[in-house]
Design a protein around this ligand. Sequence first.
Ligand code: HEM
Ligand code: SF4
Ligand code: SF4
Length: 375
Amino acid sequence: MRSTTKTAEAARVMSICNACRYCEGHCAVFQAMELRLEFNADTVDYLANLCHNCGACYHNCQYAPPHEFNLNVPAAMAELRQENYGVYAWPGFMGKLFARNGLWVSLLSIVVITLFTALTASLTGENFFARHDNGFYGVIPHNVLAGLFGAVGLFVALALVLSCVKFWRTMQLPAPHRLNFRQVFQGIKDALSLKYLDGGNGQGCSYPTETPSMARRWFHQFTFWGFMLCFAATSSGTILHYGFDLPAPYGFLSLPKLFGITGGLGLIIGPIGLLVLKAKADPMPKGKTNKGMDVGFLVLLLLSAITGLALMLVRDTPYVGFTLCLHLGVILTLFLSMPYGKFVHGFYRLIALVVFAVEKNDHKPLVGSCKTKKV
Ligand code: HEM
Ligand code: SF4
Ligand code: SF4
């Protein structure tokens, strides 16, 4: 079993907390901890993905620095999360991309956007800066777009599914059809409501400062639902195109437009709010994590919404070609970085919350239960 300085530190802090238990009311991490006496790598990977980095236990801890125990639970969990994202990545060697994530995502976006624009401009010639009756399909035909994004989408889906399977198996969850529906529903409910960003008392988390606040929870909800609505916009467009022979462009009251506009606004409000909070945040509960990964992901989400809404506005003007290339370049970078960046947190957190619902119902530990070896 894996044994690193990060797994050892997470096991150390959990062993101290297990004797203290002052924070048991804050979140699921402490309740899951209390079911155990030992913390191996699988167990701490589970606890790390349960921790929502709300900061409450850091600000309430009598053993936090400058105490000699130097206890910082959220930092230990955040640093371990960053390590285990790489451990569960598929294919394994791509896990290295979680280090210096912000840097390579920025470089990739510059390369992809530049190549996409240069290639489209050279292939379309005068048509690049021209008005088209069929909107952006006049610049890049539908089949070319569907082929390119379909192929990349399939690889991304495969990489995400195989990473989740690896994590699922480590969590010792049974096959999905053998899970109790009520417990799965509880896990999904806790994930969608971001239950553990409420600080345990409903007042919100200690983020960006010690004073409890619901700001992060709200801005995350704008980001999450904005993303889901944009996904619904693309899916409904695909269904209308292939299922009903109704190709784009669509009117303002069509499903793709309504989902796209509301989702785009959510993906502007949410990431801007989260970026502002991050700029003000106390760095201690975050530990030595890769801030660039969070910022890179937030900026990509924000740019995808801004360029998407801009494309809608310039659809009938000669700027459609250029704006389309900007938008598609950003979306392609977002797609390519999904299995190797911040995006994976949603899946691992959801799985961890389902495990927690199962353990809570059975009153016994699931993860690490067959392996007693200590880290
Ligand atoms: C199962 C669903 C999800 C859960 C439970 C969840 C939970 C969380 C939590 C607890 C955090 C704060 C701790 C951390 O930085 O890791 C976070 C951060 C973040 N999440 Fe999610 N998330 C989910 C899905 C998503 C999705 C689908 C998106 C957008 C596509 C998203 C975007 C973000 C962003 C941008 C951050 C960084 C915010 C910051 O740095 O302040 N999340 N998420
Ligand atoms: S974080 Fe500190 S106060 Fe909270 S349970 Fe652990 S040791 Fe106790
Ligand atoms: S930071 Fe918040 S979510 Fe994480 S262990 Fe502490 S109280 Fe729980």
